[in-house]
Design a protein around this ligand. Structure first.
Ligand SMILES: Nc1ncnc2c1ncn2[C@@H]1O[C@H](COP(=O)(O)OP(=O)(O)OP(=O)(O)O)[C@@H](O)[C@H]1O
Length: 229
């Protein structure tokens, strides 16, 4: 059984004369422990697909199945819980709470999950340590460099022991040296903890680091490459 599947996924924006199909019948399967890059030109539908795979958005038609369970009829509250328990997110724009500390940002998914304060702190500090930011735990997120902010995002993505990390242009806002460090960190986690990694990127070098590359054009999968090594 695949971890995550999309079957004939269509996503339309707008209605009537202005209707636009951003995804036009996408089907794919993602297996546990894989690293997969979703590539394609700007406007091809990559982010739309990632949002639907991550259950942040619903397809207009078609099905997303997680661990064999169709997701379309899951109610909002249960869906939020499932997403929080199963996925970690790393976005180009970070989405940190700027005025909160590093520790508070990383504890947030655990707060949502309903963990007690002491457990939250212990687990968040371990995640912060794993990205080498223990000396910054009490700093405001706003007072960090771009690379440090993205490391906080990785710690926050990790803290709930996710099955899948979704990374949308994770190095898009970083200089190349810092970007490489973030990539190394993501792939290390993927290898050591068998976390499935789904990366949306324009960057061919980052895509090549993934075991599979899925190319999207005009809302359809037009090519798929699987590395054998
Ligand atoms: N909320 C929306 N309303 C209308 N059209 C949208 C909306 N979101 C995306 N689109 C359109 O859907 C298409 C796919 O957008 P999407 O953001 O998925 O592309 P992308 O491949 O991720 O692009 P980029 O690499 O530039 O981020 C684009 O033509 C875009 O204009």
């Amino acid at each position: 059984m695949s971890l995550l599947t999309a079957e004939q996924v269509v996503r339309s924006y707008g209605k009537g004369a202005t209707e636009f199909q951003a995804l036009r019948g996408v089907s794919l399967q993602i297996e546990t422990g894989e690293s997969v890059a979703i590539v394609g030109k700007s406007g091809s539908g990559k982010s739309t697909l990632m949002h639907i795979l991550a259950l942040l958005d619903k397809p207009t038609s078609g099905t997303i199945t997680l661990n064999g369970q169709p997701t379309h009829s899951i109610k909002a509250k249960a869906l939020n819980k499932l997403r929080n328990e199963t996925f970690g997110f790393v976005f180009q724009q970070f989405f940190l709470n700027a005025q909160d500390t590093v520790l508070e940002n990383v504890m947030l998914p655990l707060k949502i999950a309903g963990l007690k304060g002491s457990q939250r702190k212990q687990r968040a500090l371990a995640a912060i340590k794993s990205v080498g930011l223990e000396s910054k735990a009490d700093n405001k997120a706003n007072d960090l460099s771009g690379g440090q902010k993205q490391r906080v995002c990785i710690a926050r993505a990790l803290v709930n022991h996710p099955k899948i990390i979704f990374a949308d242009e994770p190095t898009g806002n970083l200089d190349s040296r810092t970007g490489e460090m973030i990539e190394d960190m993501l792939f290390k986690l993927h290898k050591e903890q068998q976390i499935t990694l789904i990366v949306v990127t324009h960057d061919p070098e980052l895509a090549q680091k993934c075991e599979r590359q899925i190319e999207i054009k005009d809302g359809q999968v037009i090519a798929e490459v699987n590395d054998e090594n």
